[in-house]
Write a protein that binds this ligand. Structure first.
Ligand code: ADP
Ligand code: RBF
Ligand code: MG
Length: 161
């Protein structure tokens, strides 16, 4: 995938409402505009990288792009699980992400337990891979140095602001 690393940001919107409830793994969902701006060579599937909420710290993340075959969604989504425990929800805030590497395609699973185990192992893989020097350096990218105005109502997607 020539477009990796891919940097984008957007407002965190309400998703399908089942991330944390069903799975114990909350995912911050991006609006359609961010999903539609993805380059053509970014396939659906599971990615790992870096994420920052507003002007906060930069954390490791895993992201799922696609139609969640287990749930047979009709709308393509882009959902980020930030590998960090937050005190509060951050709906409406700007999430900045650097997609760094690809893990696997999305799959349908026979049970919810299998989906959860797969996500747990994605998280472990992300944690390990992101410690590689070539991935750690992306945390220092200028993309993450931009100060985000919480009142900004116009966010450019797919561009290195
Ligand atoms: P929704 O279906 O609305 O996306 P989720 O159950 O997936 O609901 O929960 C996602 C929300 O949980 C995010 O929008 C964010 O506000 C909050 N949240 C708290 N901790 C995290 C985290 N570590 N990663 C992602 N989102 C988190
Ligand atoms: N959904 C699927 O249907 N199949 C998957 O293989 C799958 N993998 C995921 C991997 C990660 C790291 C994350 C964060 C989510 C994944 N999901 C997958 C999406 C999951 O079904 C979704 O987060 C919940 O349905 C909440 O919207
Ligand atoms: Mg979600």
């Amino acid at each position: 995938m020539r477009s990796l690393p891919y940097f984008c940001r957007g407002k965190v919107i309400h998703g399908f409402g089942r991330g944390s409830k069903d799975l114990g793994i909350p995912t911050a969902n991006f609006p359609e505009s961010v999903v539609d701006s993805l380059p053509a060579d970014i396939n659906t599937g599971i990615y790992y990288g870096w994420a920052r909420v507003g002007n906060g710290d930069i954390h490791k993340m895993v992201m799922s792009i696609g139609w969640n075959p287990y749930y047979k969604n009709t709308k393509k989504s882009m959902e980020t699980h930030v590998i960090h425990t937050f005190k509060e929800d951050f709906y409406g805030q700007i999430l900045s992400v650097a997609m760094v590497g690809y893990i696997r395609p999305e799959k349908g699973f026979a049970s919810l337990d299998e989906l959860i185990s797969a996500i747990r192992s994605d998280i472990e893989e992300a944690k390990t891979k992101l410690d590689l020097p070539e991935h750690l350096k992306l945390k220092e990218d200028n993309f993450f140095k931009t100060s985000i105005s919480t009142t900004a109502d116009q966010i450019m997607n797919g561009h290195r602001l």
